[in-house]
Design a protein around this ligand. Structure first.
Ligand code: AMP
Ligand code: GLY
Length: 424
């Protein structure tokens, strides 16, 4: 197969690493990729949302599968773009079409979907500029903390959790009337606050059947003990100890199966990954959010635990024969620790040379935000490297990642020393 993978983060580096192990792979291209993905294929300087450029590249290079890492090209309709083009329609895209990608692209769409199919999730109501007053009344009827969500994509910043009613009303006004998150907050979902511990569950589906992948837990806050600002993710572990067989049965029966069946009943074709952001409330799973892609940094622990050939699964998705494919996992734990730039998630510097990458032997280094300058590897983003290790237990995997992180240097490097602290 000749595969084009879209994206440039740690998630894409992990997917590239896995695809490169497949005997079915003839050539892998990554657009735009990073200094890590070039070890597994050819990086192509091309934006993930420049559909005409992607078309030209696919045709010129006889690409016969496109795997989409991030949500943006999906929400912008890359799958539909391929299906609507006579020259591209036979090239499968792994990732849902634009309508289905609203599971991530519109919180209101996702909530309506969940209520329609009786999938456990927080109670909610949706408001616009014209119903601002009703929004205030709804807030008055709720107990704090108040959860306000911009309906559309807001680069992970669109969710506000507020203790004070007056402040919640002011924020609601700022989102709806003053476009705090631009078009993304022209609708706002207000929902009941759920108290519990979160985890991420993933499936891959061809629209008819699905395969469950290992679950993971990510660590979003910049500071130890889950304090400070939200980030793209500072580390992840898999498996998640509290997600035992009884809990995962509930997840499958109450959430995953109704979701896949619900998509089918609503005539929504879906080909790709579904990411269930879940919360465990006293042993009962609820959906916090859907994403139409894999998680980052969860991919950096989930994909290393997959034993089966990922291209075989992708081919099953493309040809609607996923149910016939075999999926097996590696019976080891995996943990990843993210090294980030000093200052992240606020202002930070890029272009710092990274030393010590070659001295790491006990871990897999997935580049998240790097570029290359000849043989030198430079930081090129806030999240710079994801350091993944295996272990018989999570604590052993984490210890290896910390040993490896200590061998890597770049100016201002920071990482949390307590990944997994709440589940070990
Ligand atoms: P989201 O972008 O929807 O994942 O929301 C970001 C974060 O806000 C989640 O990871 C949760 O930690 C938190 N959150 C979202 N919705 C709720 C809710 N209904 N109750 C409690 N926490 C929530
Ligand atoms: N780690 C959370 C996400 O990818 O959205």
């Amino acid at each position: 197969m000749r595969v084009l993978l879209l994206g440039s983060g740690g998630r894409e580096n992990a997917l590239a690493w896995k695809m490169a192990q497949s005997s079915m792979l003839e050539e892998l291209f990554i657009a735009p990729g990073n200094a890590g993905t070039r070890l597994y294929g050819k990086n192509v300087a091309m934006s993930t949302t420049d559909f005409p450029a992607i078309k030209k590249f696919v045709l010129e290079n006889q690409v016969n599968m496109v795997v989409v890492g991030p949500e943006e090209p999906l929400v912008k309709g890359i799958h539909d773009f391929f299906l609507a083009d006579d020259e591209l329609k036979t090239v499968p895209v792994i990732g849902p079409n634009q309508y289905a990608a609203q599971l991530e692209g519109s919180k209101d769409f996702a909530k309506q979907f969940m209520f329609r199919h009786n999938i456990p999730t927080a109670k909610y109501a949706t408001f616009t500029k014209d119903t601002l007053e009703q929004g205030y009344t709804f807030l008055e009827s709720m107990k704090p903390p108040y959860v306000l969500k911009a309906d559309g994509l807001a680069a992970g910043k669109g969710v506000l959790i507020i203790e004070d009613l007056k402040e919640a009303k002011a924020e609601l006004k700022s989102m709806l009337a003053d476009a705090k998150f631009g078009e993304a907050s022209s609708r706002v979902v207000i929902e009941q606050f759920l108290k519990g511990i979160e985890l991420s569950v993933f499936v891959i589906t061809d629209g008819d059947s699905y395969k469950l992948l290992p679950e993971a837990k990510d660590y979003k806050r910049i500071g130890e003990g889950d304090t400070g600002l939200n980030t793209g993710g500072m580390g992840a572990v898999s498996p998640v100890p509290f997600a035992d067989a009884a809990f995962m049965d509930k997840v499958q029966n109450q959430i995953i199966i109704p979701t896949v069946k619900g998509l089918r009943n609503d005539n929504i074709p879906y080909k790709g990954f579904i990411f269930f952001g879940l919360i465990n409330v006293k042993g009962e799973p609820f959906v916090i959010e859907y994403n139409c892609r894999m998680g980052d940094p969860e991919t950096e622990v989930v994909i290393p635990r997959l034993k089966s050939d990922i291209l075989d699964l992708f081919e099953g998705v493309a040809s609607n024969t996923l149910s016939e494919r075999d999926v097996q996992f590696i019976d080891k734990c995996a943990a990843t620790v993210m090294m980030v730039a000093g200052g992240y998630p606020e202002a930070y510097e890029k272009g710092k040379q990274i030393y010590g990458l070659n001295s790491v032997t006990e871990s897999i280094i997935f580049h998240a935000g790097t570029s290359s300058d000849g043989p030198a590897v430079l930081s090129a983003g806030g999240r710079v490297l994801a350091i993944t290790s295996y272990g018989k237990h999570l604590d052993g995997a984490l210890a290896k990642s910390y040993d490896s992180a200590a061998k890597i240097e770049f100016e201002g490097a920071y990482y949390r020393k307590d990944i997994g602290f709440d589940v070990l």
